[in-house]
Design a protein around this ligand. Structure first.
Ligand code: ADP
Ligand code: MG
Length: 240
C-alpha cells in the first residue's frame, strides 16, 4: 500500500532522513518508533506529501507521489486521514464544524448528509451528541477523539497518527489505542502511527519500525523487536 524508497532530507545542512526504506502493508498497523527529534513527524509528512524529499520516492497504492503535480497530490491526499500531534482543532469552531471541515471543503454533501456522517463518526469515537461543544470544553482525550473523527470523516483508506497517546494518562491513552484497533478492524483502515510511547506501541502494532540516525534500524513484529539483540533496540525498549 505504501512504499518508501531511499528518502533523504536535510534542513539547513542537517541531515534528518538519510536513506529511509519502509513498506507498509494493506490493513496493518505500522508503528514508527524513535527518540524525540529523530525525524518521525518529518517522515509522516513525506508519506502524505506535506514535505517533499531531497531525493527518494514515496509510492501510495502504486502512485509515486513526490513528483505529482499539486492537484493530483491533493487527490491522493484525500485517501489519507491524519491525526496531528496537537489534534489541531479550531478553537472558534464547534465539534461539528471541526469534524465536517473536509466534507465542506472537498465534497458537495448537503447539510443533512454532513450531519449524518458527522454523527456516525462521533459515535465511532464514543462522542455522540457533542456536535455543539467547543474544543475548550473538552478534555485532552476527547479532543484527540474529535481529531480522530475528523481524520476519518472522508472514509480514508489510510490514517496517519502523530503521537496519538503522548501526554495522555494511561487510561485515556488506552481508549485511543482501542479506537485505533477498532478502526483497523471495522473499517479495514491501514494505520501508521508515530510514537515514543512504547506501552501504546506494543498494544497496537502489527509491525514496528525503529527510526534512528536517519534510517530504519529495525522492522518486525512486536515479538521480533522484543527478541532483538541490537544494543540500540534493546536500549530503546528498556524505556517500556
Ligand atoms: N520544516 C522544518 N524546517 C527545519 N527543520 C525541521 C523542519 N521540520 C523538522 N525539522 C527538524 O527535523 C528534526 C526532526 O524533527 P521531527 O520529525 O519533528 O522529530 P520527531 O521524531 O520528534 O517527530 C528536528 O531536528 C527538527 O528541528
Ligand atoms: Mg514529532
Amino acid at each position: 500500500m505504501i512504499r518508501i524508497e531511499d528518502i533523504h532530507i536535510s534542513f539547513e545542512n542537517k541531515a534528518v532522513l538519510r536513506g529511509v526504506d519502509l513498506e507498509v502493508r494493506d490493513g496493518e498497523v505500522m508503528v514508527i518508533l524513535g527518540a524525540s527529534g529523530c525525524g518521525k513527524s518529518v517522515l509522516l509528512k513525506h508519506i502524505i506529501g506535506l514535505l517533499s524529499p531531497d531525493s527518494g520516492k514515496v509510492f501510495v497504492n502504486g502512485t509515486e507521489i513526490t513528483s505529482l503535480p499539486k492537484h493530483e497530490l491533493y487527490r491522493v491526499r484525500r485517501s489519507f486521514g491524519m491525526l496531528f500531534q496537537s489534534a489541531a482543532l479550531f478553537d472558534s469552531m464547534t465539534v461539528y464544524e471541526n469534524v465536517s471541515l473536509g466534507l465542506t471543503e472537498h465534497t458537495s454533501a448537503s447539510e443533512t448528509e454532513k450531519r449524518e456522517i458527522v454523527a456516525s463518526k462521533l459515535e465511532l469515537v464514543g462522542l455522540s451528541g457533542t456536535e455543539d461543544m467547543y474544543p475548550a470544553e473538552l478534555s485532552g482525550g476527547m479532543r484527540k477523539r474529535v481529531g480522530l473523527a475528523r481524520a476519518i470523516c472522508m472514509d480514508p483508506a489510510i490514517v496517519l497518527y502523530d503521537e496519538p497517546t503522548t501526554g495522555l494518562d494511561p487510561v485515556i491513552a488506552d481508549t485511543i489505542n482501542e479506537l485505533i484497533l477498532r478502526l483497523q478492524e471495522r473499517l479495514k483502515i491501514t494505520s501508521i502511527a508515530v510514537t515514543h510511547d512504547m506501552r501504546s506501541a506494543f498494544k497496537i502494532a502489527d509491525r514496528m519500525a525503529m527510526l534512528s540516525e536517519g534510517k530504519i534500524r529495525f522492522v518486525g513484529t512486536p515479538d521480533e523487536i522484543s527478541a532483538s539483540q541490537d544494543p540500540l533496540v534493546v536500549e530503546f525498549l528498556s524505556h517500556r
